[in-house]
Design a protein around this ligand. Structure first.
Ligand code: G1P
Length: 298
């Protein structure tokens, strides 16, 4: 019997340079999708999949992240005294969502190294890993839960994969292998950010993983790879080659790349279009904006 996946690692130590100056004084994980910080959407996905403990790997500016998942007594008290108990309750729920541990990545040595910083806090258990730049929108069956089921069934690692259009492979970790009868890819080969024309497939890793403790020694032994960074993908190649094994799973849900300006804007629009309050006025506003932009462009 494999143990249940109860713990998650969320790396949040990046400098967020793509979103400067917005991220000069706050972590990029606090950038909102409509009115919810991206980190909260990611934590909510984990919680809906049964995760109870989150280890956040932080760098500079971690205070806002920790505060966000803590009680804000003054705010809650003020909201209640103004008759806004529902909003106060919603704030309280955020602080009770998970047990949060933060560990610091002191030097930015890469994603593999960031994950390794969480080793002691996770211990000898399987864990979920969620990258905050990727949002997987699925209200019924959270992406990370789909991977946890594959782990719990097989004891192998499981990672979310998606087929990317030709020419985009260099932006991702790319995997290749054999499809099994259950529609999962038994991974044989992995390359982080392959050079143009060298990718073994168009199956890209998106930022969700469920990993067994066997990954720790592999991460410890991983030498700097592409970009001079300790790459998670390189360590996972070792897992794929071992008896434990590694599956690629096409998770269902809409994936947004919130780490990119256009992807972040699109995520905002997609989430706003799901909201009963915003949908109709947003559609009207977009139609107006598009019509006048087209007119101005002649
Ligand atoms: C990371 C991983 C990469 C994966 C990607 C998904 O890269 O290293 O394998 O495909 O996330 O978003 P990053 O986007 O952090 O450069």
């Amino acid at each position: 019997m494999t143990p249940k996946v109860r713990k998650a690692v969320i790396p949040a130590a990046g400098l967020g340079t793509r979103f400067l100056p917005a991220t000069k004084a706050i972590p990029k994980e606090m950038l909102p999708i409509v009115d919810v910080p991206t980190i909260q959407l990611v934590v909510e996905e984990a919680v809906r999949a049964g995760i109870t403990d989150v280890v956040m790997v932080t760098g500079r500016n971690k205070v806002a992240l920790v505060d966000h998942f803590d009680h804000a007594y003054e705010l809650e008290h003020t909201l209640r005294s103004r008759g806004k108990a529902d909003v106060a309750d919603a704030m309280e729920r955020i602080s009770e969502m998970v047990r949060l541990i933060t560990v610091r990545q002191k030097t930015p040595l890469g994603l593999g190294h960031a994950v390794l910083c969480a080793r002691e806090a996770i211990g000898a258990e399987p864990f979920a890993l969620l990258l905050g730049d990727d949002l997987i929108d699925n209200d019924d069956d959270p992406g990370i839960g789909q991977l946890a089921r594959v782990y719990e069934e097989t004891g192998a690692g499981a990672i979310a994969i998606m087929e990317v259009p030709p020419g985009r492979e260099h932006m991702y970790g790319i995997v290749a292998g054999d499809w099994d009868d259950a529609g999962r890819l038994r991974i044989r080969q992995m390359v982080e950010k392959p050079k143009a024309g060298t990718a073994p497939s168009r199956w890209a890793i998106v930022g969700r993983y469920v990993l067994p403790p066997a990954v720790w020694p592999l991460l410890t032994d991983t030498k700097p790879g592409v970009g001079g960074e300790i790459q998670l993908t390189d360590a996972l190649q070792g897992l794929a080659a071992s008896d434990t094994g590694l599956y690629g799973v096409q998770v269902t849900g809409t994936r947004h790349d919130a780490g990119d300006k256009l992807g972040w804007l699109k995520a905002n629009l997609a989430y706003a279009l799901k909201s009963d309050e915003l949908r109709a006025p947003l559609i009207a506003m977009l139609e107006d904006m598009v019509a006048s932009a087209k007119k101005a462009a002649g």
